[in-house]
Ligand binder design. Sequence first.
Ligand SMILES: CC(C)(COP(=O)(O)OP(=O)(O)OC[C@H]1O[C@@H](n2cnc3c(N)ncnc32)[C@H](O)[C@@H]1OP(=O)(O)O)[C@@H](O)C(=O)NCCC(=O)NCCS
Length: 394
Amino acid sequence: MKVGIDALGVAVPSLCLDLEALAKARGVDPKKYLDGIGTWRMGVAPLDEDTVTLAARAASMAMKSGEASGDDIGLLVVGTETAVDHSKPVSSYVQGLLGIGQRCRVFETKHACYGGTAALMMALDWLRSGSARGRKALVVCSDIARYGLNTPGEPTQGAGAVALLVSEAPRLLELDPALTGQHATDVHDFWRPLYSKDAFVDGPYSVQCYLDAITGAYRHFREQAPWVTADDFAALAYHVPYGKMARKAHRQLRALDGDLNPDASFDAQVAASLALPAQVGNVYTGSLYLALASLLATSSRDLDGQRVGLFSYGSGSCAEFFAGSVVPGAQARVKALELQALLDAREVLTIEAYEALMAAREATDLKPLERARGDAFHFLGVEAHKRTYAGPSA
Ligand SMILES: CC(C)(COP(=O)(O)OP(=O)(O)OC[C@H]1O[C@@H](n2cnc3c(N)ncnc32)[C@H](O)[C@@H]1OP(=O)(O)O)[C@@H](O)C(=O)NCCC(=O)NCCS
């Protein structure tokens, strides 16, 4: 049975920050952020956008692109590490906002940036098990990556969501869930205690944990498919907390194959997958899938029928290396989403406005209810301890 990604949707907040301006404000050489980190813009969510609204927007785009109705969905999972409630899942809000039917499994998954991949793998198994009975799965990865002002992680923030419609007739990427490599360890490289809105991270250690994880996951993959080498992939998409990390990952993966000049293959195999992430920053669970969207939207090469390797990493940690084949016509379908125009439409913040927004976000958990605008999915506020949202009027 064929299974894989049938359609995708991307949502970014309406605001962003230029990292050159941030570098100047922090007294850092802009080249450190632009070249050393590899990001030049990061998404910043306004007060009426959060993990729920981003998830709803991305899911709405994926369903429209995949011509799926609410009743087609039998499994709705949101992978996130920045949920809005300790109990009620983001997926239930998305179900309500999108009018997804009641005969559906609806829940949230968490494992740092790996949570979306956990959901995707489970959706593929659900399809192959026969439980889907002709229905599709909607997997949404949605997060607001926040490290706090004046921290080393500050230039690696971002916000956004990627939704994947997963089906037995994939029109974008056919995936092979029976051939994957995993690597999991109990480490404290990145975490967010219950009392904090900002993540804590041991930056250099998190980089090392990521590299250890790609080593373990790729070796596990290769043990099952010893005939495969990195050269068999037309492209490789990595988890992208920031662009430079993908370059480090690529070097590590190619070195495991004995490649003494791993950078030589970077432009051909990886660069296209970083075009959109470099303008959005870290989106945690959605990072790998934004890289995949970027590859399909911006690569100038014909990828029809070509194999793509994918690497997902979640701190804490769990990682997976898996692979798929690009379905003919996939690039045209993703190009039609006009993702670059979505990014170009954002308003660029001044440093003062960005810092004011970061401070104001602290109070949004108790924001009084506002009136619905009717133009887009947005967060209205909290009443009787219930978060309330509105969508575009019909
Ligand atoms: C990524 C992170 C650790 C970087 O921290 P930092 O101590 O401020 O930055 P570094 O000194 O390591 O510099 C970052 C890069 O910019 C380069 N750089 C520094 N100044 C530069 C300049 N003027 N011009 C060009 N490059 C420059 C450094 O050489 C380094 O590149 P390298 O990693 O290839 O050596 C930090 O942003 C962080 O903690 N991020 C959050 C955690 C994260 O994303 N982890 C990833 C795994 S999940």
